[in-house]
Design a binder for this molecule. Sequence first.
Ligand SMILES: [Zn+2]
Ligand SMILES: [Zn+2]
Length: 245
Amino acid sequence: MKLTFVGCGDAFGSGGRFNTCFHVAATGTNFLIDCGASSLIAMKRLGIDRNAIDTILITHFHGDHFGGVPFFVLDAQFFSKRTKPLTIVGPEGLQAAYERTVEATFEGASKTRQKFDIDFIEISPDAPQRVGDIAVTCARVRHGPVDGPFLAYRIEVENRTIAYTGDTEWVDELVAIGRDADLFIAESYFFDKRVPLHLDLKTLEEKLPLIKPRRVILTHMNDDMLNKLSEIQHETASDGLVVEL
Ligand SMILES: [Zn+2]
Ligand SMILES: [Zn+2]
């Protein structure tokens, strides 16, 4: 299967990178992990078939991870002419957040009846979900002044495990999320500056021996990280990077 970093940027366009969106094309299913505000543009640039996408998994409702969903749905309605159902998976409050975001971007559009069904699955850490061909486990992470909802995901599909921290400071739950994963995509917002609510590379490096993923790729880097890419020993994401799993 193939994972494409459609976008690996932060909320502020650091390095000219698109907002967070990873596209996974497996044999039996295609899905997105996050769909930030710029993701439809980035998908079109890469020629990704949006109608082949069955599911969109959302880590949290910040615009750089969720803000692209209204654009995706409107494009599906009017341009890609989608007919098959779309499943959106995310934290508690997903459907209300979707309606709010659609109304904020395209007033009145939340009342539009699509030519395809949208199923919302609100996922919680104590109830792993099977969504079509994928098994999804999540953990609550810490990324806001309130308690969330912010999630990290562990996704099992066709004998491969993909884990993603989402945006978060270090929380011990990330060990189980990433343990022995074939691919662990980790936020690495700063190089060594420890700030609340985001992960830095030094902290991540201290924890990686506990997680033991088979492969690590750093994402969601700010300018501090992007200016040090030549010093970094780990793989780093770039927009359009394709990983075979
Ligand atoms: Zn973000
Ligand atoms: Zn965020």
